[in-house]
Write a protein that binds this ligand. Structure first.
Ligand code: SF4
Ligand code: SF4
Length: 441
């Protein structure tokens, strides 16, 4: 009965938010999915009409509604361009949660979101197994990108080009770190996110080096727990809340001033989606969520703030410059309006010659589970991004989200052009005095 009441409350809230949509269709021009399919049901306006009739649609064809709502990158391009300020992504996330609660989760998703993701040690064991076995079915694809592809036709992987899983996750390598506040008086919690923890370990190490160089004391918990967005975007509110609770417990007693993450998706989730969904939690939990959300900063934003005051890290190297361009992750540029901070970090490394690509904020087509469910469409969107990158003639493309990095590696690796993909913080980390010395010796 309580669950039914909750569903009715959620539906009523959606009705209120939907009232802002004037059906003007301005979201069509910016929707990366609509650009590929030309189908009204793929654009925000079409999906909002569906959500408007959600209560009746749930009775008629709940699976059909679920499928149509899943055809969305949750990129927020529509919300950013909407003249009425309709919170489109918030509406879609809530609608997915309503449908997920109404239909229940398929067993495989239940297993992943409720039994595996909240158990970091079990996840570590699975990672070790998968990492040990990955060489059997992978072959090298691109040496610059470090990508591989499957040796034979594999169902989920298909013909993707991907990066290997690390045998030991970053948190296993680091162990728990709990330093006192640094010389500047600040202590930061570092939350790498799953992809940095399991694939982009170099990025995690670079981020910690830079934070230390800036004089911040660091706290890293001994275990890594997912931020919950894969569960929530699949409609699993319960699984999401469980993961959020685990992270709150990890950072609550660490006395940190900021929570820093190098993953734009994790930053946007903790800062905007956690408070959005906290409305349904008891008062005390809501406060805990809001406290951590308010402390959360994307690492590029955090580092760019002190850029001019930090000596000895902005000029080095005098040789030929490497061409570099930058892709704006949707969760950073559209959700959090952060676009200059990563460019400033890149600009601080004088070894690079920055070249802006056409439409740097066009979605790369990753969209988390969208890439798994609709890979052909995801690739179509991603190929446009790869073409924009290649047109700059740059040797390196930087971005600020590990999920985008996965997609960029896949799309660029297919072109055979060997373009390096890096995070803006990695480009910046190359300017640290110890790195520059190492390069020169
Ligand atoms: S979501 Fe915004 S841009 Fe799209 S049709 Fe509605 S009012 Fe127009
Ligand atoms: S979130 Fe992105 S993919 Fe989804 S409807 Fe809006 S613009 Fe299109």
């Amino acid at each position: 009965m309580a669950e039914l009441q909750r569903l009715l409350t959620l539906l009523k809230e959606l009705d209120d938010q939907l009232a802002g949509c004037m059906k003007c269709g301005m979201c069509q021009a910016v929707c990366p999915l609509y650009a590929e399919t030309g189908r009204e049901m793929d654009v925000a306006r079409g999906k909002l009409v569906l959500v408007e009739h959600l209560s009746s649609q749930l009775l008629n064809d709940p699976q059909g509604v679920q499928k149509r709502l899943e055809r969305c990158l949750l990129c927020g391009s529509c919300a950013k361009a909407c003249p009425s300020g309709v919170p489109v992504v918030d509406i879609f996330i809530k609608a997915r949660a309503i449908i997920g609660e109404y239909l229940g989760l398929p067993p495989i998703k239940k297993l992943i979101f409720r039994s595996l993701l909240p158990r970091p040690r079990l996840m570590d064991g699975l990672q070790r197994l998968a990492a040990a076995g990955q060489g059997l079915f992978s072959k090298k694809a691109d040496p610059i990108l470090g990508s591989s592809c499957a040796r034979f036709n594999a169902p989920v992987i298909r013909d993707r080009h991907y990066l290997p899983l690390a045998t030991t996750p970053l948190h296993g390598e680091l162990g728990e770190i709990d330093e006192p506040a640094g010389p500047g008086g600040t202590k930061v919690g570092f939350y790498p996110g799953c992809l940095v923890d399991k694939i982009f370990l170099d990025l995690g190490r670079d981020a910690i080096d830079v934070l230390r160089h800036r004089g911040h004391g660091i706290f890293v918990p001994g275990e890594q727990v997912c931020c919950g967005i894969p569960a929530l975007s699949s409609g699993d509110r319960q699984g999401f809340e469980r993961l959020v609770g685990r992270i709150l417990n990890q950072f609550e007693d660490a006395d940190i001033d900021y929570l820093i993450t190098p993953c734009a998706t994790c930053t946007a989730t903790i800062r905007t989606i956690w408070p959005l969904m906290a409305e349904y939690l008891p008062q005390r939990e809501q406060q805990r969520v809001r406290r951590l959300a308010e402390k959360t900063r994307d690492i590029t934003e955090f580092l760019a703030e002190g850029l001019d005051e930090t000596p000895g890290e902005t000029q080095h190297g005098s040789g030929e410059k490497t061409g570099i361009t930058y892709h704006d992750p949707c969760h950073l540029q559209k959700t959090l309006s952060i676009s200059q901070a990563p460019r400033r970090l890149i600009g601080a490394n004088s070894n690079y010659d920055f070249r802006e690509m056409g439409a740097p904020d066009r979605c790369c087509g990753m969209g988390g589970s969208f890439n798994l469910l609709h890979y052909d469409l995801s690739r179509q969107v991603g190929q446009k991004k790869a073409e924009d990158i290649l047109a700059t003639g740059a040797d390196t493309v930087a971005t600020a989200c590990p999920a985008c990095m996965i997609q960029l590696v896949d799309q660029l690796s297919r072109t055979g052009k060997s373009i390096r993909v890096a995070h803006a913080v990695q480009i910046y980390a190359e300017t640290l005095p110890q790195r520059a010395q190492k390069e020169q010796s």
